[in-house]
Design a protein around this ligand. Structure first.
Ligand code: PBG
Length: 344
């Protein structure tokens, strides 16, 4: 749109049909009905994915202190909450396990246990709510004693050795009923390896959403509290997650993951990376998700908790901004709140 306008610039650089006072931009903003009529971006319940934390045991609902309003749920409560997602018209949930510390090992073997917490959670949700999309995280950090997303040797994160485990992890998740596996680990070549393994095992319909442009970000702090990996994590994730300074590199990551068979791609975090969302969507035109991550949610909640900003307005505005930048859908811990607000 902008490009065509620029071909016939006036003094502002844009070919407006007129200038003030003939043109008054406020006319279209004057009434609620005109604002609705000319809105370029529309946020709807269909654009939401709800990330949910799951924990072991029956009955617990543990608050995550750095994420007000968010809880770790036992599988029985998760099933109830998934029912809430269905009632609210949210298309999919993304499940993240908080694994008990005694199951975290150097080889992350619990990740490939077909009866692990996440697999039991997937099966329970799909049994109760077959029409709800279930997205699962493929990465080893909930299962490693050192909190990294891959296997570690002599202080280095091993790529190809990690891929071999990620493939098995994706397989147990899909066998348990996951509709979409979402590798968030940032190893090279893992999308292709997972795609081949799924196809060979007869799961050619299982989808992959790749965390293609995932940055080494300070905004993941509250998430690591929620899944209990922050105290375990040694060092940072900068040898595999992207440098926040880079943008061309995001396009290469996305191109590789698409070539390897990703069905959808993700940009993460969300609001600090709107430019990446826009470039990815424009360059590839593929289904593009943005992840409004834990730290973004925590910032909104903290400010709202101090009565410094309005939670509901800030949530909807930030989600609309991600859509405006080009996201087809947004993962947000405020998904249920947003869906309720959008119902009104
Ligand atoms: C781990 C993973 C992380 C998130 C999703 N999957 C954290 C990390 O990479 O350290 C972050 C999500 C959030 O902050 O909301 N593979």
């Amino acid at each position: 749109m902008r490009e065509t306008l620029r071909e016939t610039p006036d003094m502002t650089g844009y070919a407006f049909p007129g200038t003030y006072p003939t043109t008054r931009m406020r006319r279209n903003r004057a009434d609620d009905w005109t604002r609705r009529l000319v809105a370029e971006t529309r946020l709807g319940r269909d654009d939401l994915v709800w990330p949910i934390f799951v924990t072991d045991g029956v009955g617990p609902r543990e608050p995550v202190s750095s994420m007000p309003g968010v809880h770790r749920l036992s599988v029985d409560l998760l099933v109830e909450t998934a029912g809430e997602a269905v009632r609210l018209g949210i298309p999919a949930v993304a499940l993240f396990p908080c694994v008990s510390p005694d199951l975290r090992t150097d080889d992350a073997r619990e990740a490939v246990n077909p009866d692990n917490l996440l697999c039991r959670a997937i099966a329970a949700v799909k049994a109760a709510h077959p029409g709800l999309g279930v997205i699962t995280d493929v990465a080893l950090d909930p299962y490693t004693s050192h909190g990294h997303d891959g296997l570690m040797h002599a202080g280095r994160i091993l790529n190809d050795e990690t891929n071999a485990v990620l493939v098995e992890q994706a397989l147990v998740q899909v066998r348990a009923g996951a509709d979409i596996v979402a590798p968030s680990d940032m190893m090279d070549g893992r999308i292709g390896a997972i795609r081949r393994a799924l196809d060979e095992a007869g799961f050619s319909d299982a989808k992959i959403v790749s965390y293609a442009a995932k940055y080494a970000s300070a905004w993941y702090g509250p998430f690591r509290d929620a899944v209990g990996s922050s105290s375990a994590l040694k060092g940072d994730k900068r040898t595999y997650q992207m440098d926040p300074a880079n943008s061309d590199e995001a396009l290469r990551e996305v191109a590789l993951d698409l070539a390897e068979g990703a069905d959808m791609v993700m940009v993460k975090p969300g609001l600090p990376y709107l430019d990446i969302v826009q470039r990815v969507k424009q360059a590839f035109g593929v289904p593009t998700l943005a992840y409004q991550v834990s730290g973004e949610y925590a910032m909104i909640k903290a400010a709202a908790g101090n009565d410094w900003i309005d939670y509901e307005a800030a949530l909807l505005e930030s989600l609309t901004a991600l859509k405006r930048a080009g996201a087809d859908a947004v993962l947000t811990y405020g998904a249920a709140d947003a869906a309720r607000l959008l119902q009104r």
